[in-house]
Design a protein around this ligand. Structure first.
Ligand code: HEC
Length: 151
């Protein structure tokens, strides 16, 4: 929504109801408006099922270094949401989330949300050993697998 509309509505005291996705934490609401790392949907078989899109809360110019290549490590506060959808219905089933806790490589919080009809259930994982065990193998790219595809 246009921020001026919000501001004016705020000044006039008009209640504005923003579309919220039930069950998702505040910091990933609206992730579909972020930068999508992949161009085409990721469909290759792998640990994460379904057809996938990966979104990041950074702009392309923040993702690429002076040499035009993706730069790592990613800064503190980076959020990555991987959206998995059912390959037949294309309805979203699961969101996998990584949130950078500091600028240090590999220092991520891990989360997962599963869709139950019209809302999501889940949150930050208290024991992300399974996620870490696999992602830590991707050392040169700050424990991430999907890098920004230039378009
Ligand atoms: C056995 C390996 C493996 C495990 C376990 C695993 N992942 Fe991944 N993850 C991948 C691969 C490979 C990708 C690249 C995209 C794809 O294939 O879907 C990926 C992609 C992601 C992405 C998008 C950013 C990126 O790195 O490309 C997120 C977010 C993510 N995983 C979160 C999680 C979370 C949260 C868990 C634990 C619940 C987890 N992963 C467990 C292998 C794994």
């Amino acid at each position: 929504m246009n921020r001026w509309v919000l501001l004016i509505a705020g000044v006039l005291g008009i209640g504005v109801v923003l579309a919220q996705v039930a069950g998702l934490s505040e910091n990933i609401q609206g992730y579909t408006n972020w930068t999508r790392l992949n161009i085409n949907k990721v469909t290759k078989a792998g640990p994460h099922a379904g057809v996938r899109d990966v979104y990041i809360n950074l702009k392309p110019d923040q993702l690429l270094g002076a040499d035009g290549q993706p730069k790592f490590p990613l800064p503190a506060g980076t959020l990555i949401v991987k959206e998995s959808s059912d390959p037949n219905t294309l309805s979203v089933t699961t969101l996998y989330v990584m949130q950078k806790k500091s600028d240090k490589p590999g220092d991520w919080a891990w989360g997962m949300f599963e869709r139950k009809s019209n809302q999501f259930m889940g949150g930050t994982l208290t024991n992300p050993a399974m996620c870490v065990g696999c992602h830590q193998n991707s050392k040169n790219t700050d424990w991430t697998y999907t890098t920004y595809e230039k378009r």
